[in-house]
Design a protein around this ligand. Structure first.
Ligand code: AMP
Length: 213
């Protein structure tokens, strides 16, 4: 993401600070300074952080003991609940953002709540990582939701002009598979959509690790 976004901005990876929002069925936010990840929302496991398709993301740790003591759930049941039956699925019954936004357009209250919780958490991380980095050059959206959901990008950045992030609604709504900038001309922070290519990065790092000669 750092390399591709730097290319897109015409800068070197070492010179750019990025907030990367990887929003797929699993989701994470990262604060990347000069190509080095300073913080990321996932922890010991992918459960921490953002609201995901079926994972809760951040929770009060006391929820675990509460579910055990009051709800009578075993550790395995809690693990299954938080990883496979929470997040968007737990909030509204659908884990696919396309379905959530379709239902929301029809006025479905549970889908609207799920979308709002998802966006609220995302915005907390954008604000937090802005403070972690001090200076942000680009906010980058990637993966299934980040690359495709015009609504998620719009809601996540709405009213963030104070942080220097201003989306261009026309660029945001344009469909493309290419890395692209979707922020307004005057936006201090570039807002970019950069498709993920995890396979290429794995191949690149594997090649770099192979003995030469
Ligand atoms: P990934 O894990 O990166 O493959 O992302 C998968 C998720 O991306 C799906 O569960 C959907 O929620 C989401 N997604 C895929 N296409 C779209 C779309 N056109 N609009 C909104 N969300 C999408």
């Amino acid at each position: 993401m750092s390399r591709r976004t730097a290319e897109l901005l015409g800068k070197s990876p070492e010179s750019v600070n990025l907030i990367v929002l990887h929003l797929g069925n699993g989701a994470s936010a990262s604060a990347v300074a000069g190509g080095v990840c300073r913080d990321t929302s996932m922890g010991l496991t992918p459960l921490e952080g953002l609201v995901m398709g079926t994972r809760s993301g951040d929770l009060d740790p006391a929820v675990l003991t509460h579910l055990h003591r009051v709800g009578g759930l075993s550790m395995d049941e809690i693990d299954d609940l938080l990883n496979r039956r929470s997040g968007l699925l737990g909030l509204c019954g659908d884990n696919d953002m396309r379905e959530v936004t379709r239902r929301m357009a029809e006025g479905d209250a549970r889908a609207t709540l799920a979308f709002e919780v998802y966006i609220h958490r995302l915005r907390k991380y954008i604000g937090g990582y802005t403070a972690v980095l001090g200076r942000v050059d680009a906010l980058v959206f990637t993966a299934g939701v980040g690359e495709n959901s015009v609504q998620v990008r719009a809601a996540a950045t709405e009213g963030l002009g104070g942080l220097g992030m201003v989306l261009d609604p026309v660029l945001n709504a344009a469909r493309s598979r290419e890395p692209r900038v979707v922020s307004a001309a005057g936006s201090r922070v570039a807002v970019a959509v950069v498709p993920t290519d995890e396979e290429l990065e794995i191949a690149r790092q594997t090649f770099a690790a192979l003995p030469r000669g």
